[in-house]
Design a protein around this ligand. Structure first.
Ligand SMILES: Cc1cc2nc3c(=O)[nH]c(=O)nc-3n(C[C@H](O)[C@H](O)[C@H](O)COP(=O)(O)OP(=O)(O)OC[C@H]3O[C@@H](n4cnc5c(N)ncnc54)[C@H](O)[C@@H]3O)c2cc1C
Ligand code: SF4
Length: 490
Protein backbone atom coordinates (compact mmCIF):
# COMPACT_ATOMS: atom_id res chain seq x y z
CA UNK A 1 0.00 0.00 0.00
CA UNK A 2 1.70 3.28 -1.10
CA UNK A 3 2.19 5.79 1.70
CA UNK A 4 0.45 9.13 1.43
CA UNK A 5 2.88 12.07 1.67
CA UNK A 6 0.62 14.22 3.88
CA UNK A 7 0.05 11.49 6.46
CA UNK A 8 3.74 10.55 6.39
CA UNK A 9 4.68 14.19 7.04
CA UNK A 10 2.41 14.12 10.07
CA UNK A 11 4.21 11.04 11.37
CA UNK A 12 7.91 11.42 10.61
CA UNK A 13 10.64 13.57 9.09
CA UNK A 14 10.70 13.33 5.29
CA UNK A 15 14.14 13.78 3.73
CA UNK A 16 14.37 15.63 0.42
CA UNK A 17 17.24 15.74 -2.08
CA UNK A 18 20.01 18.36 -2.44
CA UNK A 19 20.86 20.88 -5.12
CA UNK A 20 20.08 20.36 -8.81
CA UNK A 21 22.28 23.13 -10.31
CA UNK A 22 25.58 21.97 -8.88
CA UNK A 23 24.80 18.38 -9.89
CA UNK A 24 24.15 19.56 -13.46
CA UNK A 25 27.52 21.30 -13.48
CA UNK A 26 29.13 17.90 -12.91
CA UNK A 27 28.05 16.90 -16.42
CA UNK A 28 29.90 18.06 -19.48
CA UNK A 29 26.91 19.85 -20.99
CA UNK A 30 27.30 21.70 -24.28
CA UNK A 31 25.55 24.73 -25.73
CA UNK A 32 23.57 22.31 -27.91
CA UNK A 33 22.33 20.62 -24.73
CA UNK A 34 21.14 24.02 -23.58
CA UNK A 35 19.52 24.67 -26.96
CA UNK A 36 21.91 27.66 -27.22
CA UNK A 37 20.24 29.13 -24.08
CA UNK A 38 23.30 29.23 -21.86
CA UNK A 39 22.47 28.54 -18.22
CA UNK A 40 18.79 27.71 -18.81
CA UNK A 41 18.73 24.49 -16.78
CA UNK A 42 15.04 23.99 -17.48
CA UNK A 43 15.48 23.30 -21.23
CA UNK A 44 17.45 20.22 -20.20
CA UNK A 45 14.08 18.67 -19.31
CA UNK A 46 13.51 18.54 -23.07
CA UNK A 47 17.05 18.15 -24.46
CA UNK A 48 18.74 15.99 -21.79
CA UNK A 49 16.07 14.14 -19.80
CA UNK A 50 18.66 11.37 -19.28
CA UNK A 51 20.87 13.76 -17.24
CA UNK A 52 17.98 15.09 -15.13
CA UNK A 53 16.78 11.53 -14.54
CA UNK A 54 20.27 10.38 -13.55
CA UNK A 55 20.44 13.14 -10.91
CA UNK A 56 17.08 12.14 -9.41
CA UNK A 57 18.19 8.50 -9.45
CA UNK A 58 21.45 9.40 -7.69
CA UNK A 59 19.54 11.11 -4.87
CA UNK A 60 17.10 8.19 -4.49
CA UNK A 61 20.05 5.82 -4.60
CA UNK A 62 21.50 7.39 -1.42
CA UNK A 63 18.15 7.08 0.32
CA UNK A 64 16.17 10.32 0.11
CA UNK A 65 12.39 10.17 0.38
CA UNK A 66 11.63 12.87 -2.18
CA UNK A 67 13.22 14.73 -5.08
CA UNK A 68 12.45 18.17 -6.43
CA UNK A 69 11.57 18.67 -10.08
CA UNK A 70 14.00 20.61 -12.28
CA UNK A 71 11.57 23.53 -12.47
CA UNK A 72 13.07 26.17 -10.18
CA UNK A 73 13.20 28.60 -13.11
CA UNK A 74 10.20 27.37 -15.09
CA UNK A 75 8.45 30.65 -14.48
CA UNK A 76 7.47 33.89 -16.16
CA UNK A 77 10.61 35.94 -15.56
CA UNK A 78 13.32 33.25 -15.68
CA UNK A 79 12.09 31.71 -18.94
CA UNK A 80 11.12 35.22 -20.12
CA UNK A 81 14.80 36.25 -19.99
CA UNK A 82 15.44 33.56 -22.61
CA UNK A 83 12.35 34.54 -24.62
CA UNK A 84 10.63 31.19 -24.03
CA UNK A 85 7.99 31.97 -21.40
CA UNK A 86 5.37 30.26 -23.59
CA UNK A 87 7.11 26.97 -22.70
CA UNK A 88 6.27 27.11 -18.98
CA UNK A 89 3.66 24.34 -19.11
CA UNK A 90 5.64 22.07 -21.44
CA UNK A 91 8.94 22.25 -19.53
CA UNK A 92 7.18 21.90 -16.17
CA UNK A 93 5.27 18.83 -17.33
CA UNK A 94 8.39 17.19 -18.78
CA UNK A 95 10.34 17.83 -15.57
CA UNK A 96 7.61 16.34 -13.40
CA UNK A 97 7.34 13.30 -15.66
CA UNK A 98 11.10 12.61 -15.42
CA UNK A 99 11.01 12.87 -11.61
CA UNK A 100 7.84 10.76 -11.44
CA UNK A 101 9.44 7.95 -13.44
CA UNK A 102 12.47 8.02 -11.17
CA UNK A 103 10.35 8.05 -7.98
CA UNK A 104 8.19 5.19 -9.24
CA UNK A 105 11.28 3.16 -10.12
CA UNK A 106 12.61 3.53 -6.56
CA UNK A 107 9.29 3.09 -4.71
CA UNK A 108 8.65 -0.29 -3.12
CA UNK A 109 5.65 -1.86 -1.44
CA UNK A 110 7.05 -0.80 1.95
CA UNK A 111 8.37 2.60 1.04
CA UNK A 112 7.00 5.31 -1.25
CA UNK A 113 9.21 7.94 -2.87
CA UNK A 114 7.73 11.33 -3.73
CA UNK A 115 8.09 14.18 -6.20
CA UNK A 116 8.04 17.78 -4.98
CA UNK A 117 7.18 20.31 -7.68
CA UNK A 118 9.71 23.11 -7.25
CA UNK A 119 8.45 26.69 -7.75
CA UNK A 120 11.28 29.25 -7.60
CA UNK A 121 10.71 33.02 -7.28
CA UNK A 122 12.02 34.17 -10.67
CA UNK A 123 13.81 37.47 -11.05
CA UNK A 124 10.94 39.96 -10.96
CA UNK A 125 9.21 40.99 -7.77
CA UNK A 126 5.67 42.46 -7.65
CA UNK A 127 6.29 44.55 -4.53
CA UNK A 128 8.91 46.49 -6.49
CA UNK A 129 6.53 46.93 -9.42
CA UNK A 130 8.54 44.71 -11.80
CA UNK A 131 5.55 42.63 -12.75
CA UNK A 132 1.79 42.78 -12.23
CA UNK A 133 0.51 40.54 -9.44
CA UNK A 134 -2.24 38.89 -11.56
CA UNK A 135 0.12 38.12 -14.43
CA UNK A 136 2.59 36.52 -12.03
CA UNK A 137 -0.07 34.43 -10.23
CA UNK A 138 -1.47 33.14 -13.56
CA UNK A 139 2.02 32.13 -14.76
CA UNK A 140 2.61 30.19 -11.51
CA UNK A 141 -0.78 28.53 -12.05
CA UNK A 142 0.35 27.40 -15.52
CA UNK A 143 3.57 26.04 -14.07
CA UNK A 144 1.79 24.04 -11.37
CA UNK A 145 -0.77 22.78 -13.92
CA UNK A 146 2.13 21.46 -16.00
CA UNK A 147 3.71 19.79 -12.98
CA UNK A 148 0.38 18.22 -11.99
CA UNK A 149 0.02 16.81 -15.49
CA UNK A 150 3.50 15.32 -15.09
CA UNK A 151 2.62 13.64 -11.78
CA UNK A 152 3.96 15.59 -8.76
CA UNK A 153 2.97 14.68 -5.17
CA UNK A 154 3.31 18.15 -3.62
CA UNK A 155 4.05 21.76 -4.54
CA UNK A 156 7.17 23.31 -3.00
CA UNK A 157 7.29 27.11 -3.29
CA UNK A 158 10.85 28.02 -2.36
CA UNK A 159 13.51 30.72 -2.00
CA UNK A 160 10.71 33.25 -1.47
CA UNK A 161 12.02 36.75 -0.93
CA UNK A 162 8.97 38.94 -1.39
CA UNK A 163 5.70 38.14 0.45
CA UNK A 164 3.56 39.37 -2.45
CA UNK A 165 5.44 37.09 -4.85
CA UNK A 166 5.02 34.22 -2.38
CA UNK A 167 1.27 34.87 -2.23
CA UNK A 168 1.08 34.93 -6.02
CA UNK A 169 2.83 31.55 -6.18
CA UNK A 170 0.69 30.03 -3.40
CA UNK A 171 -2.60 31.23 -4.83
CA UNK A 172 -1.52 30.24 -8.37
CA UNK A 173 -0.77 26.74 -7.04
CA UNK A 174 -4.10 26.59 -5.18
CA UNK A 175 -5.96 27.58 -8.35
CA UNK A 176 -4.15 24.91 -10.36
CA UNK A 177 -5.02 22.27 -7.75
CA UNK A 178 -8.67 23.35 -7.69
CA UNK A 179 -8.79 23.35 -11.48
CA UNK A 180 -7.43 19.79 -11.59
CA UNK A 181 -9.66 18.66 -8.70
CA UNK A 182 -6.60 17.61 -6.68
CA UNK A 183 -5.70 18.08 -3.02
CA UNK A 184 -1.92 17.89 -2.64
CA UNK A 185 0.30 19.37 0.10
CA UNK A 186 1.57 22.90 -0.52
CA UNK A 187 4.87 23.71 1.18
CA UNK A 188 6.27 27.26 1.34
CA UNK A 189 9.90 28.10 2.09
CA UNK A 190 11.04 31.66 2.62
CA UNK A 191 14.65 32.83 2.46
CA UNK A 192 16.05 34.96 5.24
CA UNK A 193 19.17 36.90 4.31
CA UNK A 194 22.25 37.51 6.44
CA UNK A 195 20.56 40.79 7.44
CA UNK A 196 18.00 38.76 9.46
CA UNK A 197 15.04 39.57 7.19
CA UNK A 198 13.70 38.52 3.82
CA UNK A 199 15.12 40.45 0.87
CA UNK A 200 12.41 43.10 1.04
CA UNK A 201 12.66 43.53 4.79
CA UNK A 202 9.93 41.19 6.15
CA UNK A 203 10.81 39.39 9.35
CA UNK A 204 10.09 35.71 9.88
CA UNK A 205 7.10 36.53 12.15
CA UNK A 206 5.55 38.63 9.38
CA UNK A 207 6.07 35.79 6.89
CA UNK A 208 4.32 33.34 9.20
CA UNK A 209 1.41 35.73 9.81
CA UNK A 210 0.96 36.41 6.09
CA UNK A 211 1.36 32.85 4.76
CA UNK A 212 -0.20 30.53 7.32
CA UNK A 213 -3.78 31.71 6.63
CA UNK A 214 -3.39 30.80 2.92
CA UNK A 215 -4.05 27.15 3.76
CA UNK A 216 -0.53 25.80 3.28
CA UNK A 217 0.62 22.51 4.82
CA UNK A 218 4.19 23.35 5.85
CA UNK A 219 6.16 26.55 6.28
CA UNK A 220 9.93 26.66 6.37
CA UNK A 221 13.22 28.07 5.18
CA UNK A 222 15.71 27.37 2.45
CA UNK A 223 18.79 28.88 0.82
CA UNK A 224 20.80 32.03 1.56
CA UNK A 225 22.86 31.49 4.66
CA UNK A 226 23.17 27.86 5.73
CA UNK A 227 22.15 25.97 8.87
CA UNK A 228 23.83 28.05 11.59
CA UNK A 229 22.19 31.37 10.64
CA UNK A 230 18.84 29.67 9.94
CA UNK A 231 18.44 28.14 13.38
CA UNK A 232 17.05 31.24 15.13
CA UNK A 233 14.34 31.77 12.48
CA UNK A 234 13.50 28.07 12.48
CA UNK A 235 13.12 28.21 16.25
CA UNK A 236 10.59 31.03 15.81
CA UNK A 237 8.58 28.98 13.31
CA UNK A 238 8.59 25.83 15.42
CA UNK A 239 7.40 27.82 18.42
CA UNK A 240 4.61 29.83 16.78
CA UNK A 241 3.47 27.98 13.62
CA UNK A 242 0.22 26.02 13.84
CA UNK A 243 1.31 23.92 10.85
CA UNK A 244 4.34 21.69 10.20
CA UNK A 245 7.82 23.17 9.75
CA UNK A 246 10.38 22.22 7.12
CA UNK A 247 13.91 23.26 6.30
CA UNK A 248 16.37 22.85 3.43
CA UNK A 249 19.59 24.38 4.75
CA UNK A 250 21.27 24.64 1.37
CA UNK A 251 23.57 27.62 1.84
CA UNK A 252 23.80 29.86 -1.19
CA UNK A 253 26.97 31.68 -0.21
CA UNK A 254 30.36 30.60 -1.55
CA UNK A 255 32.80 28.90 0.80
CA UNK A 256 36.33 30.26 0.97
CA UNK A 257 37.80 27.37 2.92
CA UNK A 258 38.16 23.60 2.72
CA UNK A 259 40.23 21.15 4.76
CA UNK A 260 43.73 22.69 4.76
CA UNK A 261 42.78 25.37 2.20
CA UNK A 262 41.96 29.08 2.33
CA UNK A 263 41.28 31.36 -0.61
CA UNK A 264 41.95 35.08 -0.36
CA UNK A 265 42.34 38.12 -2.62
CA UNK A 266 41.79 37.82 -6.35
CA UNK A 267 41.93 34.01 -6.15
CA UNK A 268 38.59 34.20 -4.40
CA UNK A 269 37.22 36.97 -6.64
CA UNK A 270 37.60 39.77 -4.09
CA UNK A 271 38.16 42.52 -6.64
CA UNK A 272 35.38 45.08 -6.32
CA UNK A 273 34.54 45.33 -10.03
CA UNK A 274 32.43 48.44 -9.48
CA UNK A 275 35.40 50.42 -8.16
CA UNK A 276 38.14 48.41 -9.89
CA UNK A 277 39.86 48.17 -6.51
CA UNK A 278 41.06 44.98 -4.89
CA UNK A 279 44.22 45.75 -2.93
CA UNK A 280 42.36 46.78 0.27
CA UNK A 281 40.13 43.67 0.13
CA UNK A 282 43.14 41.42 -0.48
CA UNK A 283 45.03 43.00 2.46
CA UNK A 284 42.05 42.76 4.85
CA UNK A 285 41.40 39.15 3.77
CA UNK A 286 45.08 38.39 4.38
CA UNK A 287 44.89 39.88 7.89
CA UNK A 288 41.76 37.90 8.79
CA UNK A 289 43.26 34.74 7.30
CA UNK A 290 46.41 35.23 9.38
CA UNK A 291 44.36 35.68 12.57
CA UNK A 292 42.42 32.51 11.81
CA UNK A 293 45.56 30.53 10.99
CA UNK A 294 47.10 31.58 14.30
CA UNK A 295 44.08 30.19 16.17
CA UNK A 296 44.30 27.00 14.09
CA UNK A 297 48.01 26.65 14.90
CA UNK A 298 47.24 26.93 18.61
CA UNK A 299 44.53 24.25 18.31
CA UNK A 300 46.52 22.25 15.74
CA UNK A 301 43.32 21.92 13.74
CA UNK A 302 43.26 22.87 10.04
CA UNK A 303 39.95 21.28 9.14
CA UNK A 304 37.28 23.14 7.14
CA UNK A 305 35.41 23.69 10.41
CA UNK A 306 38.34 25.42 12.09
CA UNK A 307 39.43 27.41 9.02
CA UNK A 308 35.78 28.25 8.28
CA UNK A 309 35.91 30.95 10.99
CA UNK A 310 37.64 32.97 8.25
CA UNK A 311 34.53 32.80 6.03
CA UNK A 312 32.42 34.24 8.81
CA UNK A 313 34.93 36.95 9.77
CA UNK A 314 35.30 38.04 6.16
CA UNK A 315 31.58 38.21 5.48
CA UNK A 316 31.09 40.30 8.62
CA UNK A 317 33.98 42.64 7.77
CA UNK A 318 33.82 45.63 5.42
CA UNK A 319 35.02 43.29 2.64
CA UNK A 320 31.85 41.19 2.89
CA UNK A 321 29.61 44.26 2.97
CA UNK A 322 31.39 46.00 0.12
CA UNK A 323 31.47 42.98 -2.20
CA UNK A 324 27.85 42.14 -1.41
CA UNK A 325 26.86 45.61 -2.66
CA UNK A 326 28.84 45.20 -5.88
CA UNK A 327 27.85 41.61 -6.64
CA UNK A 328 25.64 42.46 -9.63
CA UNK A 329 27.81 45.10 -11.28
CA UNK A 330 29.07 43.14 -14.27
CA UNK A 331 25.86 41.21 -14.83
CA UNK A 332 23.80 44.42 -14.78
CA UNK A 333 25.91 46.22 -17.40
CA UNK A 334 25.97 43.05 -19.48
CA UNK A 335 22.29 43.71 -20.08
CA UNK A 336 22.88 47.21 -21.45
CA UNK A 337 23.88 50.61 -20.12
CA UNK A 338 20.38 51.73 -19.03
CA UNK A 339 19.67 48.47 -17.24
CA UNK A 340 23.12 48.64 -15.66
CA UNK A 341 22.67 52.19 -14.41
CA UNK A 342 19.22 51.49 -12.98
CA UNK A 343 20.24 48.23 -11.35
CA UNK A 344 23.36 49.75 -9.85
CA UNK A 345 21.32 52.66 -8.50
CA UNK A 346 18.85 50.29 -6.81
CA UNK A 347 21.73 48.16 -5.55
CA UNK A 348 23.42 51.16 -3.93
CA UNK A 349 20.13 52.35 -2.37
CA UNK A 350 19.30 48.90 -0.96
CA UNK A 351 22.86 48.12 0.19
CA UNK A 352 23.07 45.34 -2.42
CA UNK A 353 19.95 43.55 -1.17
CA UNK A 354 18.18 44.02 -4.48
CA UNK A 355 18.21 42.66 -7.04
CA UNK A 356 19.14 39.19 -5.86
CA UNK A 357 22.17 37.62 -7.52
CA UNK A 358 21.79 37.91 -11.28
CA UNK A 359 23.17 35.06 -13.41
CA UNK A 360 26.64 35.76 -14.78
CA UNK A 361 28.17 34.87 -18.12
CA UNK A 362 31.80 33.80 -18.53
CA UNK A 363 33.87 36.36 -20.48
CA UNK A 364 34.41 34.18 -23.54
CA UNK A 365 30.65 33.72 -24.00
CA UNK A 366 30.49 37.36 -25.08
CA UNK A 367 32.55 36.66 -28.18
CA UNK A 368 30.49 36.96 -31.34
CA UNK A 369 31.03 34.92 -34.45
CA UNK A 370 32.05 36.59 -37.71
CA UNK A 371 29.10 37.93 -39.59
CA UNK A 372 28.06 35.89 -42.60
CA UNK A 373 28.20 39.03 -44.76
CA UNK A 374 31.88 39.44 -43.79
CA UNK A 375 31.11 42.83 -42.09
CA UNK A 376 33.66 45.64 -42.07
CA UNK A 377 36.81 45.10 -39.98
CA UNK A 378 36.27 47.46 -36.99
CA UNK A 379 40.04 47.97 -36.58
CA UNK A 380 40.88 48.91 -40.14
CA UNK A 381 40.81 52.68 -39.51
CA UNK A 382 42.59 52.53 -36.15
CA UNK A 383 45.39 55.15 -35.99
CA UNK A 384 47.79 56.14 -33.18
CA UNK A 385 49.05 59.68 -32.66
CA UNK A 386 52.23 58.67 -30.81
CA UNK A 387 51.42 61.29 -28.14
CA UNK A 388 48.47 59.88 -26.23
CA UNK A 389 47.76 56.70 -28.15
CA UNK A 390 50.38 54.16 -29.13
CA UNK A 391 50.65 50.98 -31.12
CA UNK A 392 50.86 47.74 -29.18
CA UNK A 393 54.59 47.19 -29.44
CA UNK A 394 55.33 50.69 -28.16
CA UNK A 395 52.99 49.96 -25.23
CA UNK A 396 54.91 46.75 -24.52
CA UNK A 397 58.16 48.74 -24.55
CA UNK A 398 56.77 51.22 -22.01
CA UNK A 399 55.49 48.39 -19.79
CA UNK A 400 59.11 47.26 -19.27
CA UNK A 401 58.10 43.66 -19.91
CA UNK A 402 60.89 41.12 -19.70
CA UNK A 403 60.97 37.32 -19.90
CA UNK A 404 63.88 34.95 -20.36
CA UNK A 405 63.68 34.03 -24.02
CA UNK A 406 64.91 30.45 -23.52
CA UNK A 407 62.10 29.28 -21.24
CA UNK A 408 59.09 27.29 -22.45
CA UNK A 409 56.17 29.50 -23.46
CA UNK A 410 53.93 30.16 -20.46
CA UNK A 411 50.92 30.39 -22.78
CA UNK A 412 49.76 26.85 -23.46
CA UNK A 413 47.53 26.36 -26.47
CA UNK A 414 45.85 23.01 -26.06
CA UNK A 415 44.80 22.41 -29.68
CA UNK A 416 46.49 24.27 -32.54
CA UNK A 417 44.19 22.57 -35.06
CA UNK A 418 41.34 24.73 -33.80
CA UNK A 419 43.44 27.89 -34.34
CA UNK A 420 44.12 27.13 -38.00
CA UNK A 421 40.73 25.55 -38.68
CA UNK A 422 37.49 26.36 -36.89
CA UNK A 423 38.67 29.61 -35.33
CA UNK A 424 39.69 31.12 -38.67
CA UNK A 425 36.19 30.54 -40.04
CA UNK A 426 34.10 31.15 -36.94
CA UNK A 427 35.83 33.96 -35.02
CA UNK A 428 38.67 35.15 -37.29
CA UNK A 429 41.43 34.46 -34.71
CA UNK A 430 40.40 37.17 -32.24
CA UNK A 431 43.51 36.56 -30.07
CA UNK A 432 45.37 38.75 -32.58
CA UNK A 433 43.08 41.62 -31.61
CA UNK A 434 42.28 41.22 -27.93
CA UNK A 435 45.86 40.60 -26.82
CA UNK A 436 47.25 44.08 -25.98
CA UNK A 437 50.84 42.93 -26.52
CA UNK A 438 50.80 41.37 -30.00
CA UNK A 439 51.62 37.98 -28.51
CA UNK A 440 49.46 36.03 -30.95
CA UNK A 441 50.15 36.24 -34.66
CA UNK A 442 48.85 34.12 -37.50
CA UNK A 443 51.85 33.75 -39.82
CA UNK A 444 52.60 31.92 -42.99
CA UNK A 445 53.48 28.38 -42.04
CA UNK A 446 54.90 27.33 -45.40
CA UNK A 447 53.07 25.04 -47.81
CA UNK A 448 49.46 26.19 -47.87
CA UNK A 449 48.70 26.48 -44.14
CA UNK A 450 49.05 29.34 -41.76
CA UNK A 451 50.11 28.77 -38.17
CA UNK A 452 49.79 30.50 -34.81
CA UNK A 453 53.01 32.12 -33.56
CA UNK A 454 53.17 32.90 -29.83
CA UNK A 455 55.52 35.80 -28.97
CA UNK A 456 55.28 34.94 -25.27
CA UNK A 457 58.10 37.27 -24.17
CA UNK A 458 55.82 40.26 -24.99
CA UNK A 459 53.13 39.10 -22.57
CA UNK A 460 52.05 41.78 -20.06
CA UNK A 461 50.16 39.24 -17.93
CA UNK A 462 46.70 40.70 -18.41
CA UNK A 463 45.17 37.16 -18.77
CA UNK A 464 42.69 38.38 -21.38
CA UNK A 465 43.51 35.43 -23.62
CA UNK A 466 42.76 32.86 -20.92
CA UNK A 467 39.41 34.53 -20.27
CA UNK A 468 38.24 35.55 -23.75
CA UNK A 469 39.42 32.75 -26.01
CA UNK A 470 36.11 31.43 -27.40
CA UNK A 471 37.19 27.77 -27.34
CA UNK A 472 38.89 27.94 -23.92
CA UNK A 473 42.03 26.31 -25.26
CA UNK A 474 44.52 28.93 -24.03
CA UNK A 475 45.92 28.18 -20.61
CA UNK A 476 47.95 30.95 -18.94
CA UNK A 477 50.49 29.59 -16.44
CA UNK A 478 53.06 31.60 -14.42
CA UNK A 479 56.28 32.07 -16.43
CA UNK A 480 59.64 30.92 -15.11
CA UNK A 481 61.95 33.32 -13.30
CA UNK A 482 59.50 36.01 -12.17
CA UNK A 483 59.33 37.69 -15.59
CA UNK A 484 56.57 40.05 -16.63
CA UNK A 485 55.78 43.76 -16.88
CA UNK A 486 57.62 46.36 -14.85
CA UNK A 487 55.75 49.63 -15.17
CA UNK A 488 58.55 52.01 -14.10
CA UNK A 489 58.66 53.64 -17.56
CA UNK A 490 55.06 54.89 -17.48
C1 LIG B 1 45.63 47.32 -14.33
C2 LIG B 1 45.08 47.14 -12.94
C3 LIG B 1 44.89 48.25 -12.15
C4 LIG B 1 44.42 48.10 -10.85
N1 LIG B 1 44.28 49.22 -10.07
C5 LIG B 1 43.94 49.09 -8.77
C6 LIG B 1 43.91 50.22 -7.91
O1 LIG B 1 44.18 51.36 -8.31
N2 LIG B 1 43.55 50.02 -6.63
C7 LIG B 1 43.25 48.80 -6.14
O2 LIG B 1 42.93 48.66 -4.95
N3 LIG B 1 43.26 47.71 -6.93
C8 LIG B 1 43.62 47.82 -8.23
N4 LIG B 1 43.67 46.71 -9.03
C9 LIG B 1 43.30 45.39 -8.46
C10 LIG B 1 44.42 44.86 -7.55
O3 LIG B 1 45.66 44.99 -8.20
C11 LIG B 1 44.17 43.36 -7.23
O4 LIG B 1 42.82 43.20 -6.83
C12 LIG B 1 45.08 42.93 -6.09
O5 LIG B 1 46.42 43.16 -6.46
C13 LIG B 1 44.86 41.45 -5.78
O6 LIG B 1 45.83 41.06 -4.84
P1 LIG B 1 46.20 39.54 -4.66
O7 LIG B 1 47.27 39.50 -3.61
O8 LIG B 1 44.97 38.75 -4.41
O9 LIG B 1 46.75 39.02 -6.06
P2 LIG B 1 48.03 39.49 -6.89
O10 LIG B 1 48.41 40.90 -6.56
O11 LIG B 1 47.73 39.16 -8.32
O12 LIG B 1 49.18 38.54 -6.34
C14 LIG B 1 49.28 37.18 -6.71
C15 LIG B 1 50.77 36.85 -6.83
O13 LIG B 1 50.90 35.42 -6.99
C16 LIG B 1 51.87 35.16 -7.97
N5 LIG B 1 51.58 33.84 -8.52
C17 LIG B 1 50.56 33.46 -9.32
N6 LIG B 1 50.63 32.16 -9.58
C18 LIG B 1 51.72 31.69 -8.93
C19 LIG B 1 52.31 30.41 -8.80
N7 LIG B 1 51.82 29.34 -9.39
N8 LIG B 1 53.45 30.30 -8.04
C20 LIG B 1 53.93 31.37 -7.41
N9 LIG B 1 53.43 32.61 -7.49
C21 LIG B 1 52.33 32.75 -8.24
C22 LIG B 1 51.68 36.27 -8.99
O14 LIG B 1 52.85 36.45 -9.76
C23 LIG B 1 51.41 37.48 -8.05
O15 LIG B 1 52.60 38.10 -7.66
C24 LIG B 1 44.13 46.82 -10.33
C25 LIG B 1 44.33 45.70 -11.14
C26 LIG B 1 44.81 45.85 -12.42
C27 LIG B 1 45.05 44.62 -13.27
S1 SF4 C 1 47.98 37.46 -20.93
FE1 SF4 C 1 47.36 39.32 -22.04
S2 SF4 C 1 49.29 40.04 -22.86
FE2 SF4 C 1 49.67 37.92 -22.28
S3 SF4 C 1 49.24 36.74 -24.13
FE3 SF4 C 1 47.33 36.79 -22.97
S4 SF4 C 1 46.22 38.55 -23.82
FE4 SF4 C 1 48.35 38.77 -24.46
Amino acid sequence: MPEDLRSTLARRVVIADGAMGTMLQGYDLTMADFDQLEGCNEVLNRTRPDVVRAIHDAYFEVGVDAVETNTFGTNLSALGEYGISEQIFDLAERAARIARESADAYSTVDRSRWVLGSVGPGTKLPTLGHVAYGQLRDAYQTQVEGMLAGGIDAVLIETSQDLLQTKAATLGAKRALAHAGRDLPVIVHVTVETTGTMLLGSEIGAALTALEPLGIDLIGLNCATGPAEMSEHLRHLSRYAQIGVSCMPNAGLPQLTADGVMMIGDTAGMLNGERLKGIHTAIKAGMLAAETILDCLVKNDFSRNALGVFDKKLKESYVGRELYKARNFHQAFDRGRMFGLMTEGISILTGGRFPSKLPIKAGHEHMQKLRADGGKDPYVDLRYDGQLTFDKLTDVYYSGTHHNEDQPAHLKVLDFNICVGRCVEEFGNPCQNFCPANVYEMVDGGESKRRLQINFSNCVHCKTCDIMDPYQIIDWVPPEGGGGPNYRNM
